[in-house]
Structures are given as structure tokens and as C-alpha cells.
Design a protein around this ligand. Sequence first.
Ligand SMILES: [Zn+2]
Ligand SMILES: [Zn+2]
Length: 141
Amino acid sequence: MQHTGGCMCGAVRFNTTGEPSRVTICHCTWCQRRTGTAFGTEVVFSDGQVEMTGGEIARYRHISDESGRWLEVAFCRRCGTNLGFTLEAVPGVRTLPAGAFDDPAWITSDRYKFRHVFLKSRRDWSDLSPHVEQYERHFRS
Ligand SMILES: [Zn+2]
Ligand SMILES: [Zn+2]
């Protein structure tokens, strides 16, 4: 199973192989800021499943206020498109934002486990389906 995606300007492309382990929809204030919207929608893969190509990948390492551990976001240096992140807390995992796939139609809640986390900072203008797993904080905490 292969899927492709990339940034708005086309300078960065990615390919994934195999199935993602889950989809995490994160309502934390960090994800609100990095995406500029109500939540981040992260398709979760292991490092080896994701190949990124193109010379314009930029990275920014953020230290979490809460845990003190790093999260590193990837984005296109040219157009700024969000290209997911890696995190110190879960080595070997890399996420890709659902909306950056060329055709996100395969990412469905009947096929994959969807979890909504950090509902403690959910905005009342983001509505939740009652059919998904929901956590006030992360499912690891
Ligand atoms: Zn770009
Ligand atoms: Zn988050």
C-alpha cells in the first residue's frame, strides 16, 4: 500500500509504504498554533515507512512547556506547508498531516483508529463525532 503527498508548491514530496498505525487528532494549543486552526490531524507512521524527497525541507525543534521534551516539525522552506513532526517521547514515529496527501480519501475512521487527544484545550468551534476515542489529555498521560 503506497500513498503520495507533498507541499503546496511541489518542492517537497513524500511517499508512504504500508498502513499507518493510527490517526491522532490533537487539540493541544501547540498544534493549534503550528497549524493555525483548531487541531492537527496526524497520520502516524514509523520512520521507515516514510520517504521524503526534495531539497526544501526545513525543521524546527520545539521544547514542550509541559514535558520538557522536544518535538521537531518539518515544513517546506519555500511555501511553509506543514509536513508533520517527530517527537522525542516516541522514537521512531513520524507523523504526516492528513491534508498533505494528494488524495486523503483513504484516511477513514472505519479503516483506522482515530483518537482525539488534548480535549482540555478543544475549541468550541470544533465539533466532535461521538464515534471516536476522546481523551482530555494525551492517551499516554
Ligand atoms: Zn513547498
Ligand atoms: Zn498537539
